[in-house]
Design a protein around this ligand. Structure first.
Ligand SMILES: [Zn+2]
Length: 235
C-alpha cells in the first residue's frame, strides 16, 4: 500500500460489520448499495435473514392467543445483528440504523398489508431524556418515508415509567411490568387508522401486544408490528 492508498483508506467508508474498507469503484447497483449503507457484499449476504410473521398475544404460555396481533420480523436475533441492535441504544451504534431499517422495510414488503401511519414503541420520558433519542423511532422514520405515510411519534406514550423488560427472566413478571404502560394522549386521534407499530427486537411480544391493544382500544382498525429481529425464531 502506497502513501496515497493509505491516506485514501483513512477517509474511506468501511463495512459496519467487518471493518473492511469498501471498494472505491461504484460500477454496479450492489456497489452503490454497499457505499450507501456501509455494508460489504460479503456481510450483506451473510446477515441472519429470516423474514417471518407470527401472531403474538398477552398470553404467557402462548398456547392461546386472545386478541392476537400480527408481528413481522426481518432477522434472527443472532450476530452480527444482535450486537448491532445492542449498540443502537448508544450513540456510537446509530450508524447501524439505515441498513437495519432498510432490511425491515424489505421484510415488510412481503406482506400485502397497507397502512395509514407508522408509530414507534415509545420510551419512557425518563429513558428518552437519558438516551437522547428513541431507537425504535430511528428505525421507524425511514420506513415511514419509504411507505409515504406519516410517522406519528407522539400518538402513543408511556403512561408510567416501567423497568426494562430485559431485567425480568420470568415471562409473568414481564407481562405485569408492561401491563397498562401505554396510552394515546387525548389530543391524538387514531380512530380508523391502520397502523404499523415498530420496535427493534421482539422477545416475548408483550410490549408490542400491549401497545397494539392500546391503539386498538383508542379506535385504530388494524395494528401490525414490525421488528428488526426476533429472539423467538429458534430454527
Ligand atoms: Zn463486511
Amino acid at each position: 500500500m502506497n502513501a496515497f492508498e493509505f491516506l485514501s483508506n483513512l477517509s474511506a467508508p468501511v463495512c459496519l460489520f467487518c471493518g473492511r474498507v469498501l471498494a472505491h469503484q461504484k460500477s454496479s447497483p450492489s456497489e452503490y448499495f454497499s457505499f450507501a449503507y456501509h455494508v460489504c457484499h460479503s456481510c450483506l449476504t451473510r446477515l441472519p435473514y429470516k423474514p417471518y410473521s407470527e401472531q403474538i398475544s398477552s398470553c404467557v404460555q402462548h398456547d392461546e392467543t386472545p386478541n392476537p396481533i400480527l408481528a413481522i420480523t426481518a432477522m434472527r436475533y443472532e450476530e452480527p445483528i444482535a450486537s448491532a441492535l445492542r449498540t443502537l441504544k448508544f450513540r456510537e451504534g446509530l450508524h447501524f440504523a439505515p441498513i437495519l431499517s432498510f432490511i425491515m422495510y424489505k421484510a415488510l414488503q412481503a406482506s400485502a398489508a397497507t397502512f395509514d401511519a407508522v408509530i414507534p414503541i415509545p420510551l419512557s420520558p425518563k429513558r428518552r431524556q437519558t438516551r437522547g433519542y428513541n431507537q425504535a423511532e430511528i428505525l421507524a422514520s425511514p420506513i415511514a418515508r419509504r411507505l409515504g405515510i406519516p410517522l406519528l411519534n407522539t400518538f402513543l406514550v408511556r403512561s408510567r415509567n416501567t423497568a426494562q423488560q430485559s431485567r425480568f427472566q420470568d415471562p409473568m413478571k414481564r407481562a405485569q411490568n408492561i401491563s397498562g404502560a401505554f396510552e394515546v394522549p387525548d389530543e391524538c386521534c387514531v380512530d380508523g387508522l391502520k397502523i404499523l407499530l415498530v420496535d427493534d427486537v421482539l422477545t416475548t411480544g408483550f410490549t408490542l401486544h400491549e401497545a397494539a391493544t392500546t391503539l386498538l382500544s383508542a379506535g385504530a382498525t388494524m395494528v401490525v408490528a414490525l421488528t428488526a429481529a426476533s429472539r423467538r425464531i429458534l430454527e
